[in-house]
Write a protein that binds this ligand. Structure first.
Ligand SMILES: CC(=O)SCCNC(=O)CCNC(=O)[C@H](O)C(C)(C)COP(=O)(O)OP(=O)(O)OC[C@H]1O[C@@H](n2cnc3c(N)ncnc32)[C@H](O)[C@@H]1OP(=O)(O)O
Ligand SMILES: O=C([O-])CC(=O)C(=O)O
Length: 371
């Protein structure tokens, strides 16, 4: 049996999906048939969320309806705030968000009602940003900023975090990052959400589980680790020495490599261009020098290309987010893909339950003993 084992499910096709298509040969990514670069160039984040959930881009009226539902639910529920306040600021923001989503689910009287999964997805999309914004602000000792219903999702998210809407170039880079992060087929966190859904558990539980899976540094946690790396290197003149030391110690360089893309991540050029515009805006050429030096050194020493976490980490840093908030930002985007997958799994469900090849002790018996 052991020759059939594919550790890490490498190369295993676990099911069908109509949500996104990855082609590692051509390094392409389509959401519902649209190239992700095109969506990033032409769409709002709300339009992309609608596309992932419904399979088609919205008409003006459909978009207005979805935005109306979302904008009405942007304020943080007091019960969620109370739960967050109970957590120490030493808790990682992903732990805070995981707890908050659990509370959001536990306070929804229809949590177990499968027929309202779409409404729950819209609710989560609206309620995750205030938690992230509040968490950054409470760690800085700043007061809560109430949401603004007149603003789009992206502007409002930034407004709640920073108390103002930043320059258009910053808003645009943030919008692009959220679109690029929104969906990625059967990645570890999405697969986790599908496994949980397959047991007929509820959507909130699936998202809580997905947050747990995304937190790890081999997955979403890499975007914050990228920033730690760039800060550890400190200056482009130290990059090669740092990399040689890291590779000699057989440590991974975060933000590089990918389970599916071996020829490069198609999202990187779009996010790299947005990072370039941020660098110009903030006049932080030192960040780009560091970025480029590690990218070049990795190509030279290993031939391994960056993934989306590599440009998004420094982009979020320049925007003013605390490093530990980077992975929660990915949650704010990926919750669209996760919930689309929850609905797809639930619509044609089979319990996901693989087998294992047992390699433990032979059958044995407990010796008779007193007591
Ligand atoms: C949003 C996202 O989740 S994107 C992914 C974010 N994750 C990261 O950036 C973490 C760093 N990258 C990695 O650890 C890996 O590339 C993964 C986990 C993403 C993909 O891993 P896998 O497909 O399992 O590839 P695998 O781990 O087998 O790597 C193949 C070889 O490349 C090497 N390699 C892969 N990525 C890296 C890296 N980032 N740094 C150094 N070496 C690497 C491995 O050491 C391995 O070499 P070996 O065969 O000599 O042992
Ligand atoms: O697909 C994966 O393995 C990792 C992921 O979520 C992404 O690249 O966005």
């Amino acid at each position: 049996m052991s020759e059939e084992i594919r550790k890490g499910l490498v190369g295993v096709v676990a099911d069908r999906t109509a949500i996104s298509e990855i082609d590692p040969e051509t390094s392409s990514l389509l959401y519902r048939g649209y190239a992700v670069e095109e969506l990033a160039a032409r769409c709002t984040f709300e339009e992309v969320a609608y596309l992932l959930w419904h399979g088609e881009l919205p008409t003006r009226l459909q978009l207005l309806e979805m935005e109306g539902e979302g904008r009405a639910q942007r304020a943080m529920d007091e019960r969620v705030r109370t739960a967050v306040d109970l957590l120490p600021t030493t808790a990682h923001p992903m732990e805070v968000l995981r707890t908050a989503v659990s509370v959001i689910g536990a306070t929804d009287p229809y949590a177990g009602d499968r027929s309202s999964d779409y409404a729950k997805a819209v609710r989560l999309l609206s309620q995750i940003p205030p938690v992230i914004a509040y968490d950054q602000r409470r760690r800085r000792g700043l007061p809560v900023v109430p949401p603004r219903p007149d603003l789009g999702f992206v502007e409002n998210f930034l407004h709640m975090t920073f108390g103002r809407v930043p320059a258009p170039v910053v808003v645009d880079a943030f919008r692009i990052s959220l679109i690029l992060y929104a969906e990625h087929s059967f990645n570890a966190s999405t697969f986790t959400a599908r496994v949980i859904t397959s047991t007929l558990s509820d959507l909130y539980s699936a998202v809580v589980g997905a947050i747990g899976a995304l937190k790890g540094p081999l997955h979403g946690g890499a975007n914050e680790a990228v920033m730690d790396t760039l800060e550890e290197i400190g200056d482009a003149s130290r990059t090669l020495a740092w990399l040689d030391e890291t590779l000699a110690a057989r440590r991974r360089v975060m933000g590089f490599g990918h389970r599916v893309y071996k020829k490069g991540d198609p999202r990187v050029p779009t996010m790299r261009a947005a990072l370039g515009r941020l660098v110009e805006h903030y006049e932080r050429h030192d960040v780009l020098d560091l970025y480029t030096s590690l990218e070049r050194a990795m190509a030279e020493r290993t031939g391994i290309a960056p993934n989306l976490d590599y440009p998004s980490g420094p982009a979020y840093h320049l925007m003013g987010f605390d490093t530990r908030l980077f992975t929660p930002l990915l949650v704010a985007a990926r919750v669209t893909g996760w919930t689309a997958h929850v609905m797809e799994q639930a619509a044609d469900n089979t319990l996901i339950r693989p087998l294992a090849d047992y390699v433990g002790a032979e059958e044995r018996h407990v010796a008779e003993h007193d007591g």
